[in-house]
Design a protein around this ligand. Sequence first.
Ligand code: BG6
Length: 470
Amino acid sequence: ARPAPTVFVLYGATGDLARRMVLPAFYDLACRGLMPEDWRLVGNGRGDVAHEDFRGHVREVLEEFGPHPDSGPWEDFSQRLLFAGGGFTTDSPGSLLDVLRHAREDMAELGEQAQLVHYLAIPPSAFEETTRALGEHDLADGATVVYEKPFGTSPESFRELDALVHEVLDEEQVFRIDHFLGKEGTQALHVLRFGNALFGNVWGRDSVEQVQVDVPEDLDVADRAGFYDETGALLDMLVTHLLQVTAEVAMEAPASSSAEDLQTAREAVLAAVRPLQPEDVVLGQYEGYTDIDGVPDGSTTDTFVAARVWVDTDRWHGVPFLLRTGKRMAQKAQRVSLVLRRPEAPSLPSLPVQGNVLTVDISGSGALDIGMVLKQPGPDLVLTSSSARLQLCDVAGGDPLPPYVALLHDVLHGDRSLFTSSDGLQAAWSRVEPVLRDRPAVQPYAPGSWGPAAADELAGPGGWLLGGSG
Ligand code: BG6
């Protein structure tokens, strides 16, 4: 069914995130016929932009980031775009409050189901002020509020923001984005495991020796050095994406498919993560990072992090989860791998080290790789390894959605399954706190490499599956 009629307010509508992710996701949904039958989008941002000029801006954005405006219902789409700049200080004609009031009146005529969605594509430092304003101007009641990441930039700022958000909103109204949960590959994990005895039966410490959540990146951070230098890999990627993906991998079977039960299952994993200790974490910085414009000399920001994480549940006790990500590494990849214990096999000559690995590639539209030990076809018993790959986009009838499109779709349907929860983030932040307090020294690594050597040691004898000694 189509979502209910919606008035959408996009804060930060002329900003970078809206350009790259949010506006293209809207148009993508429209091209797929997945938008509500009736909707308006009120863009908000700095400065005063005429409705016509905003439409022109969105058109340019789509020409750059796609889908191309002429490939879909641009005429209808653009007529629904409005702009109202500035803050909530006045309700004079053309102000945000005024435009919103009119848009809501129009929507109300469309029926009682009409919904109001606030999308905060603004810097985290502005979350509190906007949230408070929503409460003060009676715009919070019954509305949905979407927060971009990062939801908090430290354990303390998380707690403050969380408390304020709950003064104004019920948790059910809050949608916190972590786009790694919206990736097709990440979503595939659940069905793969719970729907297949072949995988479900090996999912735990009896069969799994270690899990790797590996997200090396080859790009640098030159285009957003200012933001990045205040964040670093641990906060940008680990406390957010890598831990959420870990929760998705390690969860117990949720009681039902409801959003609440799925979130509870992820929360339980995060609560069972042992607080990270400095000796379980390697921080790195690529050589040349401090030469980038906007990065202060002597910056010790981490552009690389590897961590050995322990999930202390019955299922995973003693199995290391190896998490790794970094900028300017040898290769770009996004993979979750279960390295299986090699079977005792007295009838077979020594087993090749490859094989016995199940990998879900969560990049792009996702893929599954099953690494197996096989008999090399031929007269003799020669063992070899090979892998079977299934691209999720080849699954019959499939039409993969980019993560932002999938998440926006769920916002419109009020489905919070793929969003992070207050309790989950609370746990994630508290688990990294010991490392923030007692931060390991940042070790240099060569651009284009696999990070500091210490990260290989952390992985143990088998090493990392990608690069390194594995
Ligand atoms: C973002 C991080 O959340 O995720 C970036 O801020 C990172 O540093 C990006 O590069 C990776 O996600 P994707 O899906 O765009 O490859």
